[in-house]
Design a protein. Structure first.
Length: 602
């Protein structure tokens, strides 16, 4: 069962703590201990950071300044206290139930941060652990962390712990000690800016949400067949396929996004999808390097099928000029994105598209025994060396298709990380058994664009005047019209996903983390935040501290009030997260549960 074996030995105070105090931070810390009898710790009017050493770009100082500014400006009040069921609190007020102790504890004036390795870079596997302690007699919050990145996580936890006392002051409700670390090093969301353009400010907004929920990877699917919004100096003509001159990411934009993310402990990993999903941009450089771009995508006539969605287009794998252009674009983007990891796509090769290539058809004619699997291998053999030769520290990521789809390569190096999106536990099992490290993005559980209906127009499958046969799948499920991956993935669906189920210990070690993708066919600036949030926060806790308690039981019910409160916190911080329930349910914990028995989710 997911993460149960990795849970720390004694997080026994998590549940008790939720009933004792108003705050209920997300993601839940691995271990949190609240003082049993002491009163609240009052904060001074200004709490100063004390640190012996900072990074050259002042990661710690800037991080604390952001956190403190947020604490002071929000005067945060959790919506409701987690309490015994039923708990009716129709008008929760700012820490109304928290009384000052008869003997006031010393006021908190400082945040003392001790870092073991201030030079540790924000790369895969960097230590993000931290401890945070507020003792009864202390005048400072003490944070210990191996790296500045762990300290940033401590700041975001502290932001949720500090609340208004209802009398113009700020408090931490009780002395507290936290020992915290993520279960997985790779925890993120995927943003698609090829189908619809997403503005830089909206990307910043997603990074704010990620930082608050301790997600640390923005997988940026930068382009697709529909548009090329990325400035490339080597080929300035590529942005002729942007939607407009205003919908382009300049080099400065990309560097600013990387810097904004890094300041918040988030890595930005770019994806340029190749050899499929490739038309816009590339065709401006050399029309011969892409094929089938002028065909009808034709899902209604599968014999002519060239793409999973309009418009069609794939790189011509046999044409030598393809690799020259790919090298230039890849190297230029690698110089902009400092992360060691780079995603190079490799999903959804469509065989019929290659019928439009004279180079590919001639290649097949030269040897009738050749197959599309051989063609996929040709891509791996010629493209992967280009990708790997950029630097000795380069780590490649590809979609699972290059290994598991019908048109797969015969031999894909196992040092390439596979991102899995099909067939859930089956494909996770297959990939880890083959020795690949795996990023979990199973569409049945983690695709955030699912359940919104189909985006293609002129679809007669919607012309249904009666309910479908009750013995057949729902109209919007299973690909019979509407969203191919319906239904909508609720936060519970994401949170309850045990993606290490039935894996051996050796296989489970190959799971590096999980990413929730949001494909943007029906998403733009207006809706991107509400599609990501707060559902991405459910993934954040799943891969930070897990979905089970110390007894191995699902803690989905306990998570409910945490994510409801966190949604309010996101909105207060400017992240336009979607409402999950009527406010009635937020203010009255568990009165909207389907089952009175709160252990029903096991």
């Amino acid at each position: 069962m997911l993460l149960a074996r990795l849970w720390p030995a004694s997080p026994t105070l998590l549940v008790a703590a939720a009933a004792a105090v108003k705050v209920n931070p997300l993601p839940a810390p691995r271990n949190i201990t609240w003082a049993s009898s002491s009163g609240p710790k009052q904060l001074a009017g200004f709490v100063s950071l004390r640190v012996s050493e900072d990074t050259p770009d002042f990661i710690l100082a800037n991080g604390w300044n952001r956190a403190w500014d947020t604490i002071v400006s929000l005067q945060w009040v959790p919506a409701a206290t987690e309490g015994p069921f039923p708990s009716f609190q129709p008008f929760p007020t700012a820490a109304a139930g928290v009384k000052r102790s008869s003997q006031a504890l010393p006021t908190l004036q400082f945040v003392d941060v001790n870092i073991s390795d201030v030079d540790a870079d924000l790369q895969h596997g960097v230590d993000e652990s931290y401890t945070l302690e507020v003792s009864e007699s202390a005048t400072s919050v003490v944070i210990e962390a191996p790296t500045v990145w762990g300290a940033l996580h401590a700041f975001t936890t502290l932001q949720q712990l500090i609340i208004s006392d209802g009398q113009g002051g700020l408090i931490i409700e009780k002395p507290v000690k936290i020992q915290d670390a993520p279960l997985y090093p790779y925890r993120g969301i995927m943003l698609d800016t090829g189908r619809n353009f997403i503005s830089v400010n909206k990307i910043y907004e997603q990074l704010d949400g990620m930082s608050l929920s301790k997600l640390n990877v923005l997988h940026w699917h930068m382009e697709d067949t529909q548009s090329w919004p990325v400035q490339i100096d080597a080929y300035p003509e590529m942005i002729h396929d942007a939607y407009s001159s205003r919908e382009v990411y300049s080099h400065a934009d990309m560097r600013n996004i990387v810097a904004y993310a890094r300041a918040r402990g988030v890595r930005v990993i770019p994806e340029i999808d190749m050899p499929s999903h490739s038309a816009s941009g590339w065709k401006q450089v050399d029309p011969q390097m892409v094929t089938c771009v002028d065909s009808w995508w034709s899902n209604d006539d599968y014999a002519l099928h060239t793409a999973v969605e309009p418009p069609p287009g794939q790189m011509d794998i046999i044409y030598n000029g393809t690799y020259d252009v790919v090298r230039e674009v890849y190297n230029e983007l690698s110089s902009i994105f400092p992360d060691n990891w780079f995603h190079v796509g490799a999903d959804e090769i469509q065989p019929n598209c290659f019928n439009f290539s004279s180079y590919v058809t001639q290649w097949f004619a030269e040897d009738p025994t050749r197959t599309y699997n051989d063609l996929a291998q040709y891509w791996v053999d010629h493209a992967v060396p280009i990708f790997q030769n950029y630097s000795s520290s380069r780590q490649l990521v590809m979609w699972e298709d290059i290994v598991l789809s019908t048109e797969h390569a015969h031999n894909v190096p196992t040092d390439i990380v596979m991102q899995t999106w099909n067939n859930g536990l089956d494909y996770i099992n297959q990939l880890t058994a083959k020795g690949y490290d795996v990023i979990v993005s199973s569409s049945d559980f983690m695709y955030l664009d699912c359940g919104m209906g189909g985006f293609v127009t002129n679809d007669p499958r919607y012309d249904v005047m009666s309910n479908p046969d009750p013995n057949t799948p729902n109209f919007n499920y299973g690909g019979n019209g509407g969203s191919w991956c319906a239904p909508y993935k609720t936060w519970q669906r994401i949170y309850d996903y045990d993606f290490t189920q039935n894996l051996t210990d050796a296989q489970a070690q190959h799971i590096v983390g999980a990413v929730a993708p949001l494909w943007s066919e029906q998403v733009d600036d207006v809706t991107v935040s509400s599609q990501f949030w707060p559902r991405a926060a459910a993934l954040a806790e799943l891969v930070w501290s897990g979905n089970r308690d110390e007894h191995g039981q699902k803690r989905t019910t306990l998570m409910t009030q945490r994510i409801l409160n966190f949604r309010e916190y996101l909105v207060a911080n400017g992240v336009q997260a979607k409402a999950l329930v009527p406010k009635y349910c937020v203010q009255r914990p568990h009165t909207c549960d389907l089952y009175r028995n709160q252990s029903v989710i096991q």
